[in-house]
Design a protein around this ligand. Structure first.
Ligand code: SAM
Length: 326
C-alpha cells in the first residue's frame, strides 16, 4: 500500500463518497425547492462502489464517509455500508444524513458495520428546524440518535449550518443540550454556492462570532487528530459534549485538507469547489482495471489546487452541495 500525496505534501486518508444526488429535504440554504428529480439516476452500483473503495484503500484511505443528496434514500444503503466495511484496511465507515426515519434504520446500519454518524440538525427548536428544512422531524431524528447511543455508538456528531437571523443566536440552547450529551455539535459557516449569492449575503456569519462566545464562557480548543475533519473543536470540563467550528473562509482551512470526494456518478472531485471532476467510472466496470484505476487516481492528485479561493467569490461549478456530495 502506498500513500496518496499531493504537490503540497497533503495526504488523504479520508474519502467522501456521494451515493445519490436525490434529497427529500428542502433546506433553505441548499435545495429550497426540493429535488426535482425523483430517481437515483445513474448513481454508482454496489460493485462499482466496491471497486472504487478498494482502489482508495490501496492508496491509503482508511475512512469513508457516505453522503449525498440524502444517502439513506438508496434502498441498498445497508448493503453499501456492509460492502465498504468488508474492504480490507477500511477502518471506519461514517454517514452524513438528515436522519429521516432514523429510528427505524439505525439498527440495520450499525449491524452492517457503521462506525460514525453525522446528523444535520440546524436548530433544536422544532419550529425553526421546520422553517429551515421544510420538515417537522426534529423529534424523530433525536429519537434515532438516542437509539444509536443506546447501542453504544460513540462517534455521533451534529452539523448545524450557521445562519444570521436563523440560528446564530442558538448557541446557548446547543450548550445546554451538550451538557449531558456526549455529542459534538459543529457549526458550519454558510458557504456560497453558484446559485444562491443573495441568500449567502443575507445570512453568512463568521464562525469567529461563535468562537468568541465560547471562549468568553470558558471553552478551550482541543488538539486535532491526524484523520480529523476540518472542524476546530472546543471543550469545557463541565460539559460532556463538544462544540466544533468549520470555517472554510479562514486562511489556513485548505492547508489541512485531508479528503477527496467522489460524486454519485463516479466523478473524482479534488475539491468541493473544483471546476468539475474526473470520470473514474470507465475503470469501475471490472476488477481487471484495478491497477489502471489506482494509477489514474494518483495521477489526478497532481492537479489538486492549493486552495478553494472561496474568499474571492469563486464557487467553481457548484450549484447545491447536495448535488455534489457536500
Ligand atoms: N443529506 C445529508 C445531510 O443532510 O446531512 C448529506 C448531504 S448534505 C449536502 C451534507 C452537509 O452539507 C449537511 O450538513 C449540510 O448542512 C451541509 N451544507 C449544505 N449546503 C451547505 C452550504 N451552502 N454551506 C454550508 N454547509 C452546507
Amino acid at each position: 500500500m502506498t500513500v496518496l500525496q499531493d504537490r503540497q505534501g497533503r495526504t488523504f486518508p479520508y474519502l467522501r463518497l456521494s451515493v445519490t444526488d436525490l434529497c427529500n429535504f428542502r433546506c433553505n440554504y441548499c435545495l429550497p425547492d426540493g429535488c426535482q428529480d425523483h430517481h437515483h439516476g445513474d448513481a454508482l452500483s454496489l460493485p462499482e462502489i466496491r471497486r472504487l473503495v478498494t482502489a482508495f484503500a490501496h492508496l491509503g484511505s482508511e475512512k469513508i464517509r457516505l453522503t449525498g443528496g440524502e444517502p439513506s434514500l438508496r434502498r441498498d444503503f445497508t448493503d453499501i455500508i456492509h460492502t465498504i466495511k468488508s474492504v480490507p484496511s477500511i477502518r471506519k465507515v461514517a454517514v452524513t444524513t438528515n436522519g429521516y426515519k432514523l429510528p427505524q434504520r439505525i439498527e440495520g446500519w450499525l449491524d452492517a458495520g457503521l462506525d460514525a454518524l453525522n446528523l444535520s440538525i440546524d436548530s433544536l427548536d422544532p419550529r425553526t428546524f421546520q422553517s429551515i428544512t421544510g420538515h417537522d422531524r426534529l423529534q424523530e431524528i433525536l429519537t434515532g440518535m438516542q437509539k444509536a447511543f443506546d447501542r453504544g455508538l460513540s462517534g455521533v456528531k451534529v452539523n448545524a449550518v450557521l445562519m444570521r437571523g436563523l440560528n446564530d443566536g442558538d448557541l446557548d440552547r446547543y450548550l445546554d443540550w451538550v451538557k449531558a450529551q456526549p455529542v459534538s455539535v459543529r457549526f458550519i459557516e454558510l458557504m456560497e454556492t453558484g446559485d444562491h449569492r443573495a441568500f449567502f449575503q443575507q445570512h453568512h456569519v463568521s464562525g469567529h462570532v461563535i468562537r468568541e462566545q465560547l471562549e468568553a464562557r470558558g471553552w478551550t480548543e482541543v488538539t486535532r487528530l491526524a484523520d480529523a475533519g476540518p472542524a476546530r473543536e472546543f471543550c469545557h470540563p463541565d460539559y460532556q459534549g463538544r462544540i466544533g467550528l468549520i470555517m472554510p473562509y479562514s486562511p489556513d482551512f485548505c492547508r489541512q485538507c485531508n479528503r477527496l470526494r467522489v460524486s454519485a456518478t463516479g466523478q473524482l472531485q479534488l475539491c468541493l469547489f473544483a471546476d468539475g471532476g474526473y470520470d473514474l467510472r470507465p475503470l469501475l466496470q471490472s476488477d481487471d482495471d484495478m491497477g489502471a484505476l489506482i494509477a489514474d487516481i494518483r495521477k489526478q492528485l497532481n492537479f489538486k489546487q492549493e486552495g478553494h479561493f472561496l474568499d474571492q467569490g469563486y464557487t467553481g461549478t457548484t450549484r447545491q452541495l447536495a448535488q455534489i456530495g457536500g
